[in-house]
Design a protein around this ligand. Sequence first.
Ligand SMILES: CC(C)(COP(=O)(O)OP(=O)(O)OC[C@H]1O[C@@H](n2cnc3c(N)ncnc32)[C@H](O)[C@@H]1OP(=O)(O)O)[C@@H](O)C(=O)NCCC(=O)NCCS
Length: 177
Amino acid sequence: MLFSKPINSEENMANSGKTVATTAVSDHIYPLFPNDLNSQGTAFGGLIMSILDRVASVVAARHSEHVCVTASVDAMHFLAPAKQGDTLVFQASVNRAWKTSMEIGTKVLAENSRNRQQTHILSAYFTFVALDGDKKPTIVLPVIPETVDEKRRYEEADIRRQTRIQNAAERKIRRQT
Ligand SMILES: CC(C)(COP(=O)(O)OP(=O)(O)OC[C@H]1O[C@@H](n2cnc3c(N)ncnc32)[C@H](O)[C@@H]1OP(=O)(O)O)[C@@H](O)C(=O)NCCC(=O)NCCS
């Protein structure tokens, strides 16, 4: 795991927010062994989802400095299989924070251990909610996007949030009818 600046440095806390780089996980690696495979000889999807949730939760906890729970995961699409001998590379960073919730963008690559060629196998957006000592949602700091990509993800995250809120409202109505 790499993060380039110390958490809570003066620079990062300026403007009462945290930069993306301070909390990102850029290369959490997991070498695949035979017991990680399904009957097709490719990586078991549930294993990847579980590791990804943990990696994303570390980013949320680093950003909020609180215990965080997974509130939702947007659609998860497996784009390509990973095979025995591959090394999985997990990446996660905070896209945006609102009042008590944060969107964490994630990506998984399968790296061929012989030639180090990387294949993008999965991406997903997680929403985490920070909890206080009474297990109630608690305020989180804003995200300070710096790079062009971070600024794009920051803007796009708000559009995805609107969709989530709309979907949640529709689910609530369906439950009541
Ligand atoms: C996530 C949880 C804490 C939200 O609690 P709640 O009482 O609904 O809280 P609120 O309605 O005040 O919402 C709090 C925040 O969560 C967000 N949220 C709630 N449900 C959400 C969902 N399904 N998807 C995305 N965000 C959600 C809200 O938008 C709000 O964000 P904001 O404060 O940034 O505007 C609660 O539903 C919970 O504990 N769920 C179980 C979590 C869990 O066990 N996860 C798996 C194990 S870690």
